[in-house]
Design a protein around this ligand. Structure first.
Ligand code: NAP
Ligand code: ZN
Length: 338
């Protein structure tokens, strides 16, 4: 990755311009720039990833009223869409809308060309897609809430995780570590499945009640038929049949990870026990605001390592190896020294 100059659209009536202060580094950024999602979301180059953005409002459009100059806001994976007419948006589910303009890799609706993400100095978005940041959270550690946070919070709420429920979180990376924090804060019994023995102590600190090394089949088998819900946040190929066996009858496993290659599912893993295998993309704008407010109340942020933009290639190498606890957050002030 290298420095370049990009063009943003002028601030329209309903837009806000945001000076970006921090941007988290999601594994989706890495999948995208390596073109590992060539079918679902082919990469175009030059690409500017980044959809865990926090910043300060610098300009406000003439009919925009949600934010004012100086406000601290967050932007996640969505920056626009036909919110006035789309039935999914009108029902409050912008994340399902075919009109959604994604923060990067979409078509820029006004000036054309691709949309460019948050590894940049500023961004212009429809005001609806800018979220209010709680005043008490450190911004570098709050940036990952805009993707890793909402992506784990939304399914935990949708499947009504709470006291009395046994919940598994598989893969303790950027998403998984937020899943552990949320599931614990919601009152569930939380069991972590990790391939990394070095994350066992940490997982307990993050809020897990139990930690299982997922490469140890005997340890995994002890949990057969006991889970109400499992969140799978793994970025690579792995055995999901072994995880489906751990669900109780009528339990659900929700895929969050988006590995490059299709995963194989045995019908028997689902039909015995009438189990469900589901998936979930980010969350709506209203739910993202609810999640941010929840984080403000419970003092929840991501565990971050702050890096200057000049270290991004090194950060990608380390993310590929799982060598990060648990999210890189880019300090955009470093762009000024480019
Ligand atoms: P990440 O920080 O790289 O974490 C992924 C974790 O998966 C690793 O920390 C590791 O956890 C585990 N893992 C990696 N390789 C593995 C393997 N070969 N076998 C088993 N486990 C392995 O990634 P992330 O940013 O959290 O993203 C996770 C996935 O979610 C990515 O595919 C990303 O694109 C996707 N995603 C989806 C959405 C959505 O809307 N659904 C949103 C954001 C991201 P352990 O060390 O604990 O095993
Ligand atoms: Zn993401």
């Amino acid at each position: 990755m290298a420095a370049d100059t990009i063009k943003r659209r002028e601030v329209g009536d309903r837009d806000v311009e945001i000076e970006i202060l921090f941007c988290g580094v999601c594994h989706s950024d890495l999948h995208f720039v390596r073109n590992e999602w060539s079918d679902a979301m082919p990469a175009t180059y030059p690409a500017v990833p980044g959809h865990e953005i926090v910043g300060r409002i610098r300009k406000v459009g003439s009919s925009a009223s949600k934010h004012k100059v100086g406000d601290l806001v967050g932007v996640g994976c969505m920056v626009g869409g036909d919110i006035a007419n789309c039935p999914y948006c009108k029902a409050g589910n912008e994340q399902f809308s075919p009109t959604t303009v994604w923060t990067y890799g979409s078509m820029e609706p006004i000036i054309g060309g691709p949309t460019y993400g948050g590894y940049s100095e500023s961004i212009v978005v429809d005001e609806h897609f800018a979220l209010r940041m709680p005043a008490n959270l450190p911004l570098a550690a709050a940036a990952p809430l805009l993707c890793a946070g909402i992506t784990t919070y939304s399914p935990l709420r949708h499947w009504k995780v709470g006291p009395g429920k046994k919940v598994g979180v598989v893969g303790i990376g950027g998403l998984g570590h937020m899943g552990v924090k949320f599931a614990r804060a919601m009152g569930a019994h939380v069991v972590v499945f990790t391939t990394s023995p070095g994350k066992v102590e940490d997982a307990m600190r993050l809020g897990a009640h139990e930690v299982v090394i997922s490469r140890n089949a005997d340890e995994v088998a002890k949990h057969t038929y006991t889970f109400d819900f499992i969140l799978d946040a793994v970025s690579a190929d792995h055995d999901i049949n072994a995880l489906l066996r751990l669900l109780k009858p009528e339990g659900t496993m929700c895929m969050l990870g988006a590995p490059e290659k299709p995963l194989s599912v045995s019908a028997f893993s689902l039909l015995f026990g009438r189990k469900s295998l589901a998936g979930s993309p980010i969350g709506s704008i209203a739910e993202t605001q609810e999640m941010l407010d929840f984080c403000g109340q419970h003092n929840i942020t991501a565990d971050v390592e702050i890096i200057p933009i000049q270290k991004i290639n090194e950060a990608y190498e380390r993310l590929l190896k799982g060598d990060i606890k648990y999210r890189f957050s880019i300090d955009m002030a470093s762009l000024k020294s480019e």
